[in-house]
Write a protein that binds this ligand. Structure first.
Ligand SMILES: [Zn+2]
Length: 366
């Protein structure tokens, strides 16, 4: 306390912005009712992530609307209900979707996931994490090059070097349908080996395979389709938070965000569609698409701040979360050095990639 007062006093005298006593610390929030707590970068991983505790890093969030949603119990949905999109009650574009789904394979995903998991880790503040981002950016560009209309951009972040990456297939209108997956990883500390195969190399290769198929086919959507590869999810949803904050400020019309975080470990053989901290109407539609194209689904809830759909939601956009398995039977290797390529169940990856192509085709006509 003594030091804190001194620092504030000195900063006031010099006319500088007061140096917070919390310099170097991060403010994280673990529940709607949690006002936030200051922790070190390392504690975010070792004391929360590695112990299965979810949080949102709210250090940079200044928008009162976003903070209000992050502090509201999830079932209340106060602001979001006023922004509702009307979704179709079922699927209607099998004729367009099925030939594209037939092009989905595991050949490229296996090659991409091998490279992703060979990085020592993809921790968002490590040099490995930056190298992985560079490789992913180049790879997305190569995949997208099949259709020159597709753009690929890096979304840089001010507090860390790992950029997020966004590919866009322009539609005949600017309304957005977004599929997303984070590509950073953690092995349980900032320096641990973190192959991040299921979490979330699997989600990355799933949406990249969907992009490959749609790019090769020169698929022309009505709505604009975006593929988001987020940095810094394991640090408290940092990449997605910055992207959706920018989209909110730009007043982008987002029809749907379908997030996939873990798509390669599924003893049940069924896609699991999570029901908490999501848009319920979009979730119903997402389940209809998944059921029509991949068969029966399961449901579960993963709690506060469990993945990047929470960032879309807190910025007022409709979001759903599609996972490979219910919590109780999901990968036992999460956030450890054992989340390895060899543990991936490739039938799950194929199922998620087919679902993703189906969803993008169906939702492109909303
Ligand atoms: Zn994770």
């Amino acid at each position: 306390m003594q030091l804190q007062k001194l620092v504030v006093f000195l900063a006031g005298c010099s006319g500088l912005v007061a140096a917070a006593p919390t310099e170097g610390l991060r403010l994280i929030k673990t529940a709607p009712s949690d006002p936030g707590r200051w922790v070190t970068e390392e504690d975010k991983i070792t004391e929360y992530k590695a112990k299965g505790l979810h949080f949102v890093d709210i250090t940079e969030i200044k928008d009162p609307d976003v903070l209000a949603i992050l502090s509201t119990p999830e079932l209340e949905e106060p602001v979001l209900s006023r922004r509702a999109v009307i979704y179709p009650t079922g699927v209607t574009h099998q004729t367009q979707a099925n030939p594209l789904i037939a092009q989905v394979s595991n050949t490229s995903p296996q090659s991409w996931l091998k490279t992703l998991t060979d990085f020592y880790n993809r921790y968002y503040k490590s040099s490995y994490g930056t190298q992985a981002a560079t490789w992913l950016f180049n790879t997305v560009q190569i995949v997208a090059a099949a259709n020159p209309a597709i753009t690929v951009t890096q979304f840089t972040h001010s507090a860390f070097n790992q950029p997020s990456i966004i590919a866009k297939i322009p539609g005949t209108n600017s309304s957005l349908v977004i599929v997303s997956a984070h590509f950073d990883s953690t092995g349980g500390s900032s320096t641990a080996r973190g192959p991040g195969a299921d979490d979330n190399g699997s989600g990355v290769v799933v949406i990249l395979e969907a992009l490959r198929v749609l790019a090769n086919a020169h698929f022309q959507p009505k709505n604009t389709l975006e593929f988001h590869f987020y940095a810094g999810e394991e640090g408290g949803l940092l990449g997605s938070q910055a992207v959706f904050s920018t989209y909110k400020a730009a007043k982008k019309n987002v029809l749907a965000v379908v997030n996939q975080d873990m798509a390669g470990y599924s003893p049940s053989g069924k896609i699991s569609i999570y029901t908490d901290y999501v848009d319920s109407a979009l979730t119903t539609y997402t389940r209809a698409v998944a059921t029509a194209y991949t068969g029966a689904t399961t449901s579960d809830a993963c709690g506060y701040g469990c993945s990047d759909h929470a960032s879309a939601r807190s910025n007022g956009f409709p979001a759903a979360y599609v996972c490979d398995e219910k919590m109780a039977t999901s990968t036992p290797y999460i956030h450890t050095s054992n989340d390895a390529y060899s543990t991936i169940m490739w039938d799950a990856v194929l199922r998620h990639a087919k679902f993703t192509v189906a969803f993008l085709v169906e939702a492109s006509f909303i």
